[in-house]
Design a protein around this ligand. Structure first.
Ligand SMILES: Nc1ncnc2c1ncn2[C@@H]1O[C@H](COP(=O)(O)OP(=O)(O)OP(=O)(O)O)[C@@H](O)[C@H]1O
Ligand SMILES: [Mg+2]
Length: 493
């Protein structure tokens, strides 16, 4: 290579040379505070997501562990770090004292898919929103968030995912972990950290102008289809008067309703209980994020609650769709600055239609079926499946795994071949008949596709709590990370 051909990067760390885009920064400082990162006594890379490095246009082989530590542990950043301001309804009570208290936006950049992504931190130190807390994330919290993102991604849920987890060598005190406990800093890639609560705060402050600006920018950036469908000029908002509701804003809200309804259906089909669906944990893109006390359900139980502090089951597994709908309804309050209330009500109306359609589609896919048979027949099978899951002792994920494992073309010929070793309880017999009935709409050639679909929708491993504890224990006791890395591999199968 001649001297002229030698690449001459600004730094030798490819992460610092990425084309970061200041979308959030350009909103102006009404929406964030510029903050600094904590200085940590130790930086040990515990997790790197090479899949995501590729997604942001990097060849993972060219990114060294030290590069990741420099950017996402020592925070040699290229842009100001923004702690975003937000409020939110927490367990139904409005809390005006929130905001990024232990994280910030490190930067934003385009994925290879052309979409803008946030790199957001968690556990990176105190900010003006930390209140009395330490601004830190426990190592176990980081490990759990990695696992949730990867598992949900594997199950086809629209979700944020962790890019890195770096252990930081501090001792933290927590009421819900044996303490002192180890610390880490996590960086996650998500579609956006703009939350429902971001708009709620602006309403609380009476800043309709800032709401209008944020909605316009949100639509332009994250709802291009709405922007294209309705090329209305941006409504200039003069404080004091009320802009007329343009179709664009209703289309945006209607699309958000659809995305959130689908997300709730995705969680339900995945057997996932998010656990803390406060409005500050709802992204304006309709993406799932913030994995704290979540759990994958061991058995089908609508009342299953994952957070020990959720005393009344507000965020129980079975309450996720109604709560998402309630959150969408509360979002109408700030959005009234730019959109008509009745029109938003009308846009919220089909929430359960979207939800039910997506849930039915996903449950049928978990059973191996695509659309293409009478609607009632499919609905009947889904209902019978739920009845079986409720009335027998079978585990939620175990049941679908067994279908995937045992599926055989003979099921198509003979109803008694379907899960032959399963019990003969009445509900199971009825389920077999429904399943067999639906199979009769399938041609032999399509059976191969069913096998593929079963593999796609039903992973071999689902991280119910004992699975997570089983990988955490060796980390906690012997600093042995192998079971964790092994579990990450198993999740992919
Ligand atoms: N250890 C902490 N130090 C400072 N603030 C904290 C800490 N833990 C939580 N908070 C703040 O409490 C609020 C609610 O926390 P929640 O657990 O929903 O969010 P989070 O997990 O910190 O972050 P995110 O929603 O970005 O995933 C947020 O304002 C958050 O910043
Ligand atoms: Mg949160």
């Amino acid at each position: 290579m001649t001297l002229e051909e030698t690449p001459n990067p600004a730094t030798d760390n490819p992460l610092l040379d990425l084309a970061y885009e200041p979308f959030l920064e350009n909103l102006g400082d009404d929406y964030y505070d510029i903050v600094t990162a904590a200085d940590f006594p130790l930086h040990r890379l515990r997790f790197r997501n090479d899949d995501l490095l590729a997604k942001i246009g990097l060849n993972p082989a060219t990114v060294r562990d030290d590069d990741l530590i420099e950017a996402f542990g020592q925070f040699r950043g290229v842009r100001p770090f923004l702690a975003l301001r937000y409020h939110g309804y927490q367990f139904g009570e409005y809390n005006p004292q929130l905001g990024d208290g232990r994280g910030f936006i490190y930067g934003q950049l385009r994925g290879t898919d052309g979409k803008l992504y946030d790199l957001g931190t968690k556990g990176s130190g105190r900010t003006p929103y930390s209140r009395t807390a330490d601004g830190r994330l426990t190592l176990k919290g980081g490990v759990r968030e990695v696992l949730a993102g990867e598992m949900l991604h594997r199950m086809g849920v629209r979700t944020s995912r962790c890019l890195t987890v770096i252990e930081t060598g501090e001792q933290l005190w927590r009421g819900d972990e044996p303490s002192p406990t180890r610390s880490c800093v996590m960086v996650r890639l998500s579609e956006s950290h703009i939350r429902f609560g971001t708009f709620e705060r602006l309403h609380y402050l009476g800043r309709k102008d800032l709401i209008a600006k944020l909605v316009d920018r949100t639509i332009a950036q994250y709802y291009p289809e709405v922007d294209r469908a309705n090329a209305d000029p941006v409504v200039p908002y003069a404080p004091g008067d009320r802009p007329s509701s343009t179709e664009k804003y209703i289309l945006f809200y209607a699309e958000l309703v659809k995305r959130v309804a689908k997300l709730a259906a995705q969680w339900m089909a995945a057997g996932f209980c998010h656990a803390v669906l406060n409005t500050d944990n709802m992204a304006i893109t309709g993406e799932s994020f913030d994995y704290g006390p979540y759990a994958f359900i061991p058995r089908y139980d609508p009342q299953f609650t994952a957070a020990y502090f959720d005393y009344f089951g507000r965020y129980s597994y079975g309450n996720q769709a109604p709560i998402c709908r309630w959150n969408l309804q509360m979002l109408q309050v700030p959005l009234r600055a730019i959109a008509d209330s009745q029109e938003m009500d009308a846009a919220l109306e089909p929430f359960y239609d979207y939800y039910n359609r997506e849930y039915r589609r996903l449950m049928l896919a978990k059973l191996g079926f695509a659309e293409g048979f009478p609607e009632e027949t499919g609905t009947e099978l889904v209902k019978t499946t739920i009845a079986l899951l409720q009335q027998t002792e079978v585990g939620y994920h175990e049941f679908f795994w067994q279908i995937r494992k045992q599926f055989d073309r003979h099921w198509w010929d003979d109803v008694n071949q379907i899960l032959p070793n399963f019990s003969d309880e009445e509900v199971v017999t009825h389920w077999r008949q429904c399943y067999y009935h639906l199979l009769q709409f399938i041609s032999v050639d399509e059976l191969e596709m069913m096998t593929e679909r079963l593999a796609c929708y039903n992973p071999e491993t689902v991280i119910v709590r004992p699975e997570i504890e089983a990988v955490w224990e060796p980390i906690a006791l012997q600093d042995n990370w192998d079971p964790f890395y092994h579990l990450l591999k198993r999740i992919e199968r």
